[in-house]
Design a protein around this ligand. Sequence first.
Ligand SMILES: C[S@@+](CC[C@H](N)C(=O)[O-])C[C@H]1O[C@@H](n2cnc3c(N)ncnc32)[C@H](O)[C@@H]1O
Length: 347
Amino acid sequence: MAQASHLKLDEQSLITSQLVKKHTTTSDVADSTELKEKVAQLALVLDLARQGFESGTPAADIVDRLAARLHDLRNQASPVVWQQLIPLAQEHPVSEFLKQDPFTRWSFDKPRGYSGDASLLDIYYKHPSADEIVASSTELGREIYAYTSEAASSVAGRERRDILARTVDATAERVENAEVLAIACGHLREAELSTALAGKKLKRWIGLDQDPISVGTVNRDLAGTGVEAIDGSVKGILRRSYSLGTFDLVYASGLYDYLPRAVAIRLTQRAMELVKPGGEFLFANFSDEITTDGYMETFMDWPLILRADKDMQDIIDRAIDRNHAETEVFYGSNRNIVYGVIRKHTA
Ligand SMILES: C[S@@+](CC[C@H](N)C(=O)[O-])C[C@H]1O[C@@H](n2cnc3c(N)ncnc32)[C@H](O)[C@@H]1O
């Protein structure tokens, strides 16, 4: 994956679309002929979608075609031209229809001030805490949501949550009194699916997140279970600012998608320092095979750094000494998310 060497982690460790855009934007100037051509294509795509809404075409058909066409346009356009198309799409009147979808609207509006917050994930996890947001949307909004929440990337996100819970449970099978750390834990919804947590098989499950609202939510919703969430950032981990001890399992989900390669490598190195001998580190990333990328970057204003298996392997290879660990890279069932695992040898 292309990498600008000047990229640094943002000051407050907050994910902003600006940070991710910086990762993908080149200093190239748009070719005016290409720009004109792509602006015309985009206008056609968006007008077709608007006409579809106005004539009562089923929302799923409209958004499905729109997302596929935006994906194609994103692939065909040079990165610099695509960046110029994004605000044009966002300003097009069709966005007023699309923003009736609670998922699209929350992502675009960013009530917590950054992209990909844990309440956004609750919306596509179909978590009960998001029921009210969905129920209070318009009929068209709920119709669009029925499509966007079942898009392959949403299905993959829910599977990721299942994989995390299964990995925690497998760790508890492997080690008595297992200790687990979730970096960028969000609302730690996987905890609700863990049989090990329900069976009180874990010594501790620490969640770390930069968002105090998410930390408070975890500590409220999972009070008395052995889970503890703490305020902390990637930056703090990189600086070894926290005395966390070591863990049988450390994982990060929904985080690497925002981290440029150099930061991803350094975080992987630090994460491995927190893993006990015989323990493992798991990290997930949306893959470059997703087809919702164009829709997410425009109407959801939610850019991600997408990676392939080779990019995950590259991060691992740069971060660790292969003599001290086993590694694995695998795709989830619909290949929309790719996972990296590093298992530390016993001492
Ligand atoms: C997409 S959510 C993922 C939440 C959860 N891990 C999951 O998979 O459902 C991303 C989370 O990363 C947190 N986050 C983003 N940047 C961070 C950083 N630099 N340090 C710590 N947490 C961060 C956000 O606050 C948010 O809760």
